[in-house]
Design a protein around this ligand. Structure first.
Ligand code: FE2
Length: 295
């Protein structure tokens, strides 16, 4: 199932950047053998009530990369996020690197192109990105070989990226006491998510797993790193040998009670465009839409 030519003895330096506004963790992942790095799941700041965007979080990452003399080779989006806006194009403009996401971005673009009634100028072929990853695709960060695994269920385009002994799971898993992400967005599916989680948990037990989100359940401090072994044993939704049937029943009932994420409307419109803002209208201003009674 996996590319066993990956060198799991390679241990990348993983630098987390927590965004308290959206509970997202972005990562700078450095190849231990060179100055090359990848940036995973960056965040653009938004004051939605004011319709104002800014880049403090991205500037912190840019400062870190510059201060340490790193070279950005990849900007990875684990999926089209519904709870924060990507800063990938902003960082790419300043630091370079190629922007990559899962091949099924086209499915997400088709779905939300319709939801937001985007015109024909909105391409639904993923061409806003530099690379569309298929399941099992490999790429290099310096000398470190990386592997993209298709892990759908939360969304159709979700990928887990394995870099040396570390894996960036996006929203496929949360920390053991957080369980799993919802599977009720358009194109999501709880059974598919269960299968994808099993795929992640079939990585070597000692694999370091890095989360995209943490909400500090039960008042604990924010955490983002665990292992395959810990998730297998302790994950409250899938650990300890929970069956697919048990998971699907639980996940479906839980999802039916959840509100939409606060930033889903701006997030999808920006992230389906690879983090670019919608084009300006004839006044030169940019607008986000709010589709009523649709989501
Ligand atoms: Fe997500």
């Amino acid at each position: 199932m996996f590319d066993h030519t990956l060198d799991r003895r390679t241990k990348p330096e993983v630098h987390p950047f927590f965004d308290p506004a959206t509970n997202t963790i972005s990562y700078v992942v450095k190849d231990p053998g060179s100055e090359a790095c990848a940036i995973v799941d960056s965040v653009m700041d938004i004051d939605y009530a004011a319709g104002r965007i800014s880049y403090d979080h991205a500037d912190e990452i840019i400062g870190f990369v510059r201060d340490n003399g790193l070279k950005v080779e990849w900007l990875i989006e684990t999926h089209v996020h519904a709870d924060h806006l990507s800063a990938a194009p902003y960082i790419q403009q300043k630091l370079g690197g190629k922007l990559g996401i899962g091949r099924n971005i086209t499915v997400v673009q088709d779905t939300f192109g319709k939801v937001f009634n985007e015109g024909t100028e909105f391409q639904r072929d993923g061409s806003q990105f530099d690379r569309l990853f298929d399941d099992g695709d490999t790429y290099l960060v310096g000398g470190m070989k990386c592997l993209a695994l298709h892990t759908p269920g939360h969304t159709p385009a979700c990928m887990t990226h394995v870099m040396g002994d570390a894996a960036f799971v996006g929203d496929t898993l949360f920390m053991p006491d957080g369980g799993s992400a919802r599977a009720d967005f358009p194109g999501g599916d709880a059974g598919t998510l269960y299968d994808s989680i099993q795929k992640v948990l079939s990585l070597p037990e000692e694999t370091r797993l890095f989360m995209c989100h943490d909400y500090g359940p039960n008042g604990r401090d924010i955490q983002w790193e665990t292992t395959v072994a810990e998730e297998k044993a302790q994950n409250i939704h899938v650990g300890g040998g929970k069956t697919k049937e048990e998971f699907v029943k639980f996940r479906t009932e839980r999802d039916a009670q959840l509100d939409m994420p606060r930033l889903i409307i701006p997030s999808l419109q920006v992230n389906m465009r690879a983090g670019e803002l919608p084009p300006p209208d004839d006044t030169g201003k940019r607008f986000l839409k709010v589709p009523l009674n649709t989501l």
